[in-house]
Design a protein around this ligand. Sequence first.
Ligand SMILES: Nc1ncnc2c1ncn2[C@@H]1O[C@H](COP(=O)(O)OP(=O)(O)OP(=O)(O)O)[C@@H](O)[C@H]1O
Ligand SMILES: [Mg+2]
Length: 414
Amino acid sequence: MSSLRVRIAVALVVAIVSVVTVITGLVLALLSPPGPEHTIQPVARQLELLINAAEAHPESFNLASAPAVGAADQSTTEWLRDVILARGNGRKPEVIVVRAPGNGPMQASVRIGSRGWLVAPIPDLPPRKGPLHVLFGWLGLITIGATTIAVYVAHRMVLTLALLQNAVEKIGPDGTLPSLPEVGPAEVRATARALNTLSARLTSAMDSRMRVVAAAGHDMRTPITRMRLRTEFIEDDAERSHWLRDIDELNRIADSAIALVRASASTFEVENLRLDELVAAIASDLRDQKLDVHVVSTVPVSVRVDRLVLSRALRNLLINAATHGLSAEARVEHASPATARIVIQDRGPGIPDEKIGQVFEPFFRVDRARRQDIPGAGLGLTIAREIIQLAGGTITIRNGTGGGLVQEVDLPAV
Ligand SMILES: Nc1ncnc2c1ncn2[C@@H]1O[C@H](COP(=O)(O)OP(=O)(O)OP(=O)(O)O)[C@@H](O)[C@H]1O
Ligand SMILES: [Mg+2]
C-alpha cells in the first residue's frame, strides 16, 4: 500500500465499484418485476372458484384419479396452499404444482375430497428474485474492468514522479545528471526536457566557475613572483620575512585553486592498488617531513583508483590530522565486504559542532586568526572530497566521542 501507484489504483477501484454497486441496487429495486408473492393472489382466487365449483358439482368436471405428473415446483405449491388457506375457507387444501414434462405449462392439481384431483393450468409465475450469482458476476466483471483501467491510469499518473525519482538517483557524484530520453506522454516529455535543460545549465555554470577559479589561480602567479622579487629590496629583515610569509600563503592559495580544478577535470588513470600499502607509504613520507602520522592497523584491501590523485586526497586528510589535529592515527579496514574504509583519528580540538557542516566548503577555516600558525588555503578538504566522490567513494568528518576529529573515507573495494 505504500506506493503511490497502488494507492491511486485502489482508490479508483473502490470508487468505481461502490458507485456501480449502489446504482445497480437502485436500478434492480426500481425495474425488477413484482415477485410471485404479489402475482399469486389472482391465480389463487381463480383456483379457489374452480375448487368450490368442483366440490359443488363434481360430475361437471373431468376429475383425474391422480395429480398431474411433472417436476414439482415446491415454492409455488406452498404459496398457493398458504394463500388459499389464508383466504379463509378453513380447510387446508391439498395442492401440488408441477411443470409438465418437456418444459410444458405449469399445472396445479387440487384434491376434491375422495372424488379425485382437479387439474388446472396456471400461468408461469415470475421467478422470486434475479439469481444472485448473476449480480455477483456483473459486479465481478466491473471490478476486473475497473482494476485494469485504474492500474493503467495510476501508472500514467505517476510516470512523471517515477521519472523524477530515477533522475535524482542518477545524479552523479559531481552533481551532474545524465541526459534523460524525451519520450512518453506529454507531461513526461516536458519534465524530461526541463531536467535536461537544468542539467545542461548546471554543467555549464560549474564549468565556468571552475574556469574562473583556474584562471584566478593561474593569473595570481605572475604578480606573486613580482612581489617576491620586490621583497629583495626591503631592508628590514623582520619586515621582509613578514612579506615573504604572506606571499607564500598567496602562492599556496593559487596552487590549491589550480589543484581543485585539476581534481574535478582530470582524466584518471585508474589501476588496482593495495590501499593499505598506499596509506603506509604516504604516512612514511609525511613522517619524513616531521609530521606525527602513524598507521595503527591495516587489512589487505585493494581499490581501483588513480594512485596520484587519491594520494593527494589522503595526504590532505593526514596532514590536517597531523597539523590541525596535532597527530594522526590511521587505520585501514573493511566497512563491508565490498567497501574499504580508511579511518583517520587525531588528538586535536576537533571542529565546533555548529561549523562542522561547512568543512567541505572552499576556503573554510575554523579560526581565521590562527591561519598564520598552520599554513593553508582552506581548499584541502574541498579537493579531497571532490577526488573521493569521483572515485565512487564517500567521506565523512565528525568529532570523536573522546575528543579529536574522526575522518572516514569509504571506497569501493575490488
Ligand atoms: N583534523 C582537524 N582538526 C581540527 N580542525 C580541522 C581538522 N581538519 C581540518 N580542520 C579545519 O578545517 C579547515 C579546512 O581544512 P582544509 O584542509 O580544507 O584547509 P586547510 O588545511 O586550512 O588548508 P589546505 O588547503 O592547505 O588544506 C581547516 O582550516 C581547519 O580549521
Ligand atoms: Mg588541509
